[in-house]
Write a protein that binds this ligand. Structure first.
Ligand code: PMP
Length: 437
């Protein structure tokens, strides 16, 4: 990939760290340079050297309908050509989108739109603090809620500093983090009812919200243990603490109603982004009408120049219409399960010390000799060197996914059974090669 290498050297002269979009990949060890993208169509991505990949990175998730989904492209182009882009005045399309989100996700009675998951998280945190009159937020080790200092952006903190079992980990201090962050944030191990119960019993009166992904997608797609989300819901309710589910990855992907629909959990507030916009930057937060009413009363302000702009709204309206078509998720699950179960069987057949975890179109392969139930397990037992060989072997065979072991493989509505079979053939060759070396 010579052209990528040259472009990277040029980029580094003007963009610290190389390129904005691949900073994460660089951290994950994508050396000596990242691949420069040329174009995407459906499940395929092409780089500047003309290599084609079956793409399971999917732009970190937004390309749920595949690259350049025709219905979304048509809607956005038509909106721009016929109407404009940014008005800072309401449009009827904005209301239509809100109605569609509310129809899809029953816990969402009112909704506000913005541009990124990070913003949507901050709005929910602000609302929760205003509604409860409390300051503290509980979040979980190994999760990620956007690149914001106030909820602490690192998802992979030093495991040596985790502390004892069930105990909150000390909140990191230091450059870039707001002074006193340890007084507003509690970071707990996930899938651990004891840790949550203890924290709520100790400090419940100061805690505004528990902020959690319903599936831990930012540490390789760890599923909630049976009863865990139910316990989270019951304990938060008992202590008057709001439950915020961050469905930036799982929303509109696990099901039209998100992972909360799949698991039957009703949060107080929810966050959506990625899959909502058919590849365009749009996010939403919403939930209980009585909490969202704080916005109407002017007690909480939510604003942004680009919020509910025409491009975002037309893209999301078109994307949600596509997702609501009959049989869509059945097909997505059929293709995804073929891949996930195929990999699972292969790993067992070949006796690779690994297992595949996840649900439907989002999953990860753990190279580990034991089950991984939260970040502490992952940090102690995941074999990153093996993952790296796997990632490279797959890339060399035309299959692209995120280079981080703690990330996910995403399947889109555009992936086909033929894509899956080609991926499984590449996986067999890669795993076999890994066993020999
Ligand atoms: N929450 C979760 C669960 C995420 O995975 C991400 C992004 N990967 C975010 C929030 C932040 O979203 P954004 O990158 O759109 O700001």
């Amino acid at each position: 990939s010579r052209r990528s290498a040259a472009l990277f050297e040029t980029a580094r002269k003007v963009i610290p760290g190389g390129v904005n979009s691949t900073a994460r990949a660089t951290w994950a060890g994508w050396d000596p340079y990242p691949i420069f993208a040329q174009s995407g169509t459906g499940s395929r991505l092409t780089d500047v050297d003309g290599n084609e990949y079956i793409d399971y990175l999917l732009g970190l998730g937004p390309m749920l309908l595949g690259h350049r989904p025709p219905a979304v492209t048509r809607a956005v182009v038509a909106f721009i050509e016929q109407r404009g882009t940014v008005f800072a005045l309401p449009t009827a399309d904005e209301t239509t989108l809100a109605e569609k989100i509310i129809a899809a996700v029953p816990s969402v009675q009112r909704v506000r739109l913005c541009n990124t998951g990070t913003e949507a998280v901050l709005y929910t945190v602000r609302l929760a603090r205003a509604f409860t009159g409390r300051r503290k937020i509980i979040r979980f080790e190994g999760m990620y809620h956007g690149f914001s200092d106030s909820v602490y952006w690192s998802k992979h903190p030093d495991i040596a500093k985790a502390g004892s079992d069930h105990a909150p980990r000390p909140v990191p201090q230091g450059p870039g983090l707001p002074a006193g962050i340890d007084e507003t944030l509690i970071i707990l191990p996930w899938n651990d009812v004891t840790a949550l119960r203890d924290a709520l019993e100790r400090e419940g009166d100061d805690i505004a919200a528990v902020l959690s992904e319903p599936i831990m997608c930012n540490t390789g797609c760890i599923l909630p243990e049976p009863g865990y989300l139910e316990a989270m819901r019951a304990l938060t309710r008992k202590h008057g603490v709001l439950l915020i589910l961050d469905e930036v990855i799982t929303g509109f992907r696990i099901a039209l109603g998100g992972a909360q629909g799949h698991y039957g959990i009703t949060p107080d507030l929810s966050i959506f982004a990625k899959g909502l916009g058919g590849g365009f930057p749009v996010a939403a937060m919403g939930g209980r009408a009585d909490i969202m009413a704080l916005v109407e009363q002017g007690r909480v302000s939510i604003a942004g120049t680009y919020n509910a702009n025409g491009i975002a709204i037309s893209a999301a309206n078109a994307a949600l219409d596509e997702l609501a078509r009959p049989g869509m998720y059945e097909r997505l699950y059929a293709v995804s399960d073929r891949l996930r179960e195929g990999l699972e069987r292969m790993v067992q057949d070949l006796r690779v010390p690994a297992h595949v975890v996840g649900l439907g179109p989002v999953f990860q392969i753990w190279f580990a000799d034991r089950p991984i139930r939260n970040y502490r397990d992952a940090a102690r037992h995941a074999d990153h060197a093996a993952f790296r060989l796997w990632w490279e072997g797959m890339l060399n065979r035309g299959v692209l996914f995120h280079p981080g072991a703690y990330e996910n493989l995403f399947v889109s509505f555009a992936h086909t059974e033929a894509d899956v079979d080609q991926t499984l053939a590449a996986a067999r060759a890669t795993l076999t090669e890994m066993l020999v070396s």
